[in-house]
Design a protein around this ligand. Structure first.
Ligand SMILES: Cc1cc2nc3c(=O)[nH]c(=O)nc-3n(C[C@H](O)[C@H](O)[C@H](O)COP(=O)(O)OP(=O)(O)OC[C@H]3O[C@@H](n4cnc5c(N)ncnc54)[C@H](O)[C@@H]3O)c2cc1C
Length: 408
């Protein structure tokens, strides 16, 4: 039984889907928004530690990772962080900048969900939640959605079901399946913004450092593909996490090494050699002034001793230059081989997704199937940590919502 005929059906009532539906609805289109979840906007709710890092005022295309890096330019330029801040302020939501351009709600991410809901209501968007989409087919000029709430027909369909991160919150690969069904290419999806894991035996000594955080420069790749971030690093039982690792995880490929500089901006070898004369400080104290004592002790315990004496107990003045420089080199270039990632259960986003070479960058419409759109994280556009992924969701949603049109 056909339960509704619409200009556009938006599948996925998350960040990008609500933005697209609201924009189209407010332009007078008949829009229906469908989601299989019971609760609206779960990822927005848990984002930013419950305060939603809703944008980054420094957003540029360089903050995104994709096989088609220029694709995001047009949508990001047409809907900027300023545009979203304007929306947030019109709804009376107070916000603050935490650091590096990251904007958070003062109160709770619930206010962003409520705002998007009000925006959809202002566009008279019809809701179908919790609604399972059993199939999506194209017949003549219309799309037909067979759902748990009956059949829906729409001239245009927007796939806004996001990526696969946090399946326990209902994330699925629905958009990727639909892309393949309609003959579009998919860039291999992988967990991103995710902790990295290491061989359990090799990691055991560092597992004792779980909970220690410090600023580090982390890099991977070489030549043109070399990527580096300066962020906080966190030791965990199974490996490494914290913003530095989450950022580099989006660029890391299985089998590759990552390199960490645990004293970024310093030249420890030169400093130590120049300052060692008469310096009676134990090496462990020198390192403990740089990091926490626990890390200093553990690091030196894993270093080879000097003539039978544990390195930590030795005084700076007594250390040969070569030994000091060797130690400094290992601190500035700590090379690790992750065995994998903590997976979609712990990832913040999915990298890869629908290949954007098959999508129009101004409208988010597929080039090969008229009326079929993809927005948000389902596309092969992955933002850095720090509000960029939401900015992409808003910008791609807005680009799509503005270009959807009324059925003739
Ligand atoms: C823990 C965590 C914290 C995060 N914090 C931030 C942050 O602070 N800042 C930031 O920029 N980004 C953050 N992100 C990333 C951000 O949440 C996503 O990039 C963003 O939500 C993507 O928007 P989207 O609309 O494409 O997908 P989503 O917001 O994930 O929405 C997809 C919607 O589709 C629905 N859906 C999925 N499958 C189906 C299906 N088969 N049928 C019907 N409906 C379906 C889902 O229920 C969901 O409502 C965080 C992510 C996580 C996991």
């Amino acid at each position: 039984m056909v339960t509704g005929v619409f200009d556009a059906a938006v599948i996925g009532a998350g960040a990008a889907g609500m933005m697209a539906a609201a924009q189209a609805g407010q332009r007078g289109l008949r829009v229906v928004l469908l989601d299989h979840a019971e609760k609206l906007g779960e990822k927005i709710r848990i984002s930013g530690g419950g305060r939603c890092n809703f944008t980054n005022i420094g957003t540029t295309p360089a903050n995104f990772f994709s096989q088609n890096p220029n694709f995001c330019r047009s949508a990001l330029a047409a809907y900027t962080p300023r545009d979203f801040i304007g929306l947030v302020e019109r709804h009376g939501i107070s916000w603050h900048e935490k650091h590096r351009g990251q904007l958070f709600c003062d109160d709770s991410s619930e206010s962003i969900i409520a705002m998007l809901r009000r925006e959809c209501d202002a566009g008279k968007v019809a809701w179908r939640m919790a609604c399972t989409i059993k199939s999506l087919t194209r017949q003549a000029d219309d799309f037909r959605l067979d759902t748990s709430q009956g059949e829906i027909r729409a001239r245009q369909v927007v796939l806004a079901t996001g990526g696969m991160a946090i399946p326990q919150l209902g994330a699925t690969d629905f958009a990727l399946g639909m892309a393949r069904q309609f003959g579009l290419k998919v860039v291999e999806p992988r967990p991103a913004l995710v902790p990295l894991t290491f061989d359990a035996q090799q990691w055991a000594p560092f597992g004792l450092l779980s909970g220690i955080a410090l600023e580090a420069a982390v890099r991977c790749g070489s030549g043109k593909s070399r990527t580096e971030f300066l962020e906080d690093l966190l030791f965990t039982h199974r490996g490494l996490s914290g913003p530095a690792i989450l950022q580099i995880s989006s660029y890391w490929n299985p089998g590759e090494a990552i390199m960490l500089d645990l004293a970024p901006g310093k030249r420890l070898g030169d400093e130590w050699v120049a300052g060692k004369s008469g310096n009676r400080q134990a090496l462990v104290s020198v390192l403990a002034a740089l990091w926490s004592r626990r890390l200093a002790e553990q690091w030196l315990a894993s270093e080879p001793g000097q003539d039978g004496t544990a390195l930590g107990a030795m005084r700076l003045a007594d250390m040969p230059d070569k030994t000091l420089r060797g130690l400094a080199e290992r601190i500035h270039n700590w090379t690790l081989h992750p065995t994998g990632t903590a997976g979609y259960k712990k990832a913040e986003v999915m990298r890869g997704g629908v290949d954007t070479r098959g999508i129009d960058q101004k409208t988010m419409q597929t080039k090969s199937v008229p009326g079929l759109y993809f927005v948000g994280e389902a596309l092969d556009v992955t933002g850095w940590l720090g509000g960029y992924n939401f900015q992409w969701a808003w910008a791609s949603g807005a680009a799509c919502g503005r270009s959807l049109h009324k059925a003739a």
